[in-house]
Design a protein around this ligand. Sequence first.
Ligand code: PLP
Length: 373
Amino acid sequence: MNRQIYLDYNATVPVLEKVKNSLINCMNFGPLNASSVHYYGRKGKNLVEKAKLNIARLVNAKSDNIIFTSSATEAINLVFNNFNTIVVSSIEHLAVLSSSKSNLIIPVNKNGVVDLNAMETLLKKINKNRKEILVSVMWVNNETGVIQPIKEVINIAKKYGCLVHCDAAQALGKIEINLNELEIDFLTLSGHKIGAPSGIGALINNNKFNLTPQILGGGQEKGIRAGTENIFGILGFGEAALIMSEMPKKNDNQVKYLRDYLSNKIKKIRPETIFFGENSDRVSNTLLIALPNIPGDLALMKLDLESFSVSSGSACSSGKISKSHVVSAMGYQDLASNSIRLSFPPNDTILESEGLITTEELDNLAECWLDLK
Ligand code: PLP
C-alpha cells in the first residue's frame, strides 16, 4: 500500500515534534492556571509571557501588544467588532469576509493581486463622509499563495486616514514579517499554520488601539479577551514561533523545488491545466490548479483514493466543498468549482521534520492528474 502523502499544509501543519515534547513536559509538570497567584500560577504566567516573547521576536513586534485568542478567526472578529466601516479585498478568507459583512470590496486582477487603483478610488469615495475606516487585506492568500503588495496597501490606506488589519495566517513561517517596518495596526495569526496545536490564535494590536472586548469575564489578556488561558496552545504557539525564528532567512529552496517539479510535470503531461496566480509573487509551497471540465470534488476524491490528501475549492469547516470565491474573484467564474490546492510544508525546516516528499511520489501524483476524466 502507498504511503499517504499529505499536501494540505495550508489547511493545517501537523504539530512539530519539538512542540510535542515541550507540551508533554508541560503537561507532566502539573496544574497551570496562569491567573493563579501561587507557584503553579506564576509558572503558567511565565510560560504565557515567554510564548509572547517568541511570537514577538518572529514578527518583530512588542510582546506587550499580543493578545491570545482561540484562533485567527476569533482575533479577526475581535478587531472587526470594533469598526462599523470595513473595506476588504475580494479574496480574503471567510473569517474576514463573514465577520466584516462588508460590501466595500477591493477587487483583484487575473493574477490574484489586489487592484491598488481600485482601492484608492474606493477609499477616496467613502472617506469623505465616514470617520473611522478599517482596511483589511491579507498578506498571503490561502488558496493561490499570492503575496499581496502589503506596503502599497498600507501607504494608500494611511493616505486616507484608515486603520489597517492584515490577516497574516498564511504568511507566518513562509515569508518574513517585520512589523517594525510597516504601519500595520492589527495583525492576526494562527498557531496551527506553523506547527502548534489548533485552537490558538493571536492578535497583535500594534498601535495599542483601544479595543472593546467581545468576550467578558475574568479579565485575562489585559481584559481584552477573557477566559482561562489555553496554556498548552499558547506554549505550543510560542515553541513553534521559536523554531520559525531560528530558521535561516531563505528557507524554502526544497519546498519550491518540489512544487515547481510537480508544476512542470503537470504542464508537460496535461497542458490544458490552468495554474492560478502563477505569474505573481507567490509563496513557494502553494499550487492552485484546475482542469476545465473536471469538478474539484471529483478530482479530490480520485486523488484521495490514490493516497494524496489535497484540498479543493474554499476549505470548509463542515467538510463540504463550496465554489472558490477566490477563483471567481480572479475572473475565472467557470472554474470556481474545479480548483485543487496542493500545499507543501511552509518551509524546508518543516519539510525535513515531516519526512521528505520524493519526486517519484510527485510523478505518481502527476500521473493521477493525467488520468482524471
Ligand atoms: N486566515 C487565513 C488566510 C487562513 O488560511 C485561515 C485558516 O485557514 C484563517 C484565517 C483562520 O485561522 P484559524 O483556523 O486560526 O481560525
